[in-house]
Design a protein around this ligand. Structure first.
Ligand code: MTE
Ligand code: MO
Length: 394
């Protein structure tokens, strides 16, 4: 089958089958999986084998890396092909960035309110990695597209990334997505053509030999197995930009949906989740440690993480840690504005109770209280307060 040459994966990963697949297709292909919660917060940088994996087709194989190249075409004067050597010859940057599945994880919790369509992602479809590669702004400059080129002046130009994989949503064509030209040419946006993950050569699952990493933006725009870069007069018209990964209001259903009425989701909102406890967790009376992650998109850092034990009437602030991965940092490294913080609080438990976490970002954006208020038919962007139930046992 098309899936006979998949890489081997850590058996601890939880494979998320599509809700619609029957029992016989339960190890649904393409491969979509996330790590156990507790493993996710055991390190600041997520190990590659534990990093969630999100695919829309079989994992491509590149046999001869020497022959591999990326075509740069579209609205440019000199269309060209860049080899991996050309890309490696540009200054290398290590950017610590949190990537979150699709247009946000935690779909399973949203589907409990009302049915939604899509792969059942829980809280661990997110990871924080150190991505090593060339800045897209440097690559484009090499092709005479100056840094900080404004998309507005040029009528909303976008830079499109096209892969080599085969997705059924694209009728067997490749996965693609685009970002505004102004972001692509902004060195401070830290958009990378990455060939390393956590100091190792990028593996097949995560896009070998080259992938895009768009920090602060939903994972769906970070195209893996990059084949070409096209400068377009407008947004990419592919399925994943136009017919998916958009936020709709709770009133929109499959009968009245109008895809063109909404913009593709780009920056992700403020998100946090408790990972040291399952949804329903048995605990002994006494001290319980609450650990999790918090992150916001668009380069907005985390200002605060609050914990409540009384349904949100009162809150205590959790402590936060953010460790720049020093050992990866080279002369060209950047701050951790794209990376998550891990939080921790210790609470005293004497009866069964709900624990709630919510984060606040540097622009004072706060997670919404209820999932109902952000419910949408695709089940994306569930950033509602994260709640777990502690059941007292002995
Ligand atoms: N790129 C290609 N070529 N094909 C894909 O299916 N999935 C996208 C994005 N890039 C995808 C892709 C989505 S929806 C996400 S969330 C991220 O890759 C997942 O990246 P990861 O598997 O490295 O975690
Ligand atoms: Mo995704």
């Amino acid at each position: 089958s098309e899936y006979s040459q998949e890489p081997s994966r850590d058996p601890c990963l939880k494979v998320n089958a599509k809700a619609s697949t029957s029992f016989f297709f339960a190890f649904a292909e393409p491969f979509n999986a996330e790590p156990p919660r507790s493993a996710l917060v055991s390190s600041y940088v997520t190990p590659v084998h534990l990093f969630y994996k999100r695919n829309h087709g079989p994992i491509p194989i590149v046999h001869h890396i020497e022959n591999y190249s990326v075509a740069v075409t579209g609205l440019i004067d000199n269309p060209t092909k860049l080899s991996i050597k050309d890309i490696r010859s540009l200054p290398k940057y290590n950017v610590t960035a949190t990537l979150q599945v699709c247009a946000g994880n935690r779909r399973t919790a949203m589907s409990k309110v009302r049915n939604v369509r899509g792969v059942g992602w829980d809280v661990s479809a997110i990871g924080n990695a150190v991505w090593g590669g060339a800045k897209l702004a440097d690559v484009l400059e090499l092709l005479w597209i100056p840094k900080l080129t404004s998309s507005t002046v040029l009528g909303g130009r976008h830079v499109e990334f096209v892969s080599v994989d085969r997705c059924k949503e694209e009728n067997g064509g490749p996965y693609k997505a685009s970002i505004p030209l102004s972001q692509a040419t902004n060195p401070d946006a830290d958009v990378l053509l990455a060939y390393e993950m956590n100091g190792e050569i990028l593996n097949r699952d995560h896009g070998f030999p080259l992938r895009v990493v768009v920090p602060g933006v939903i994972g769906a725009r970070s195209v893996k197995w990059l084949d070409s870069i096209n400068v377009l007069a407008e947004e990419c018209q592919g399925f994943f930009m136009q017919k998916d990964y958009k936020m709709f209001p709770p009133s929109v259903n499959w009968d009245n949906i109008n895809w063109s009425s909404r913009r593709p989701q780009m920056d992700f909102p403020v998100q946090s989740a408790i990972c040291s406890l399952e949804d329903v967790q048995m605990v002994k009376p006494g001290k319980v440690s609450i650990k999790g992650y918090a992150v916001s998109g668009g380069g907005r850092g985390i200002e605060r993480v609050d914990i409540s034990m009384d349904g949100g009437k009162s809150w205590v602030e959790a402590s936060r840690t953010q460790k720049p991965g020093k050992h990866y940092i080279s002369e060209h490294s950047s701050s951790d504005k794209w990376a998550w913080v891990l939080f921790e609080a210790t609470v005293d438990v004497s009866q069964s109770t709900e624990v709630i976490a919510k984060a606040v970002d540097s622009a004072a954006n706060v997670q919404p209280e209820n999932v109902e208020s952000v419910w949408n038919l695709r089940g994306v962007l569930n950033t509602s307060w994260h709640r777990v139930l502690l059941r007292l046992g002995h």
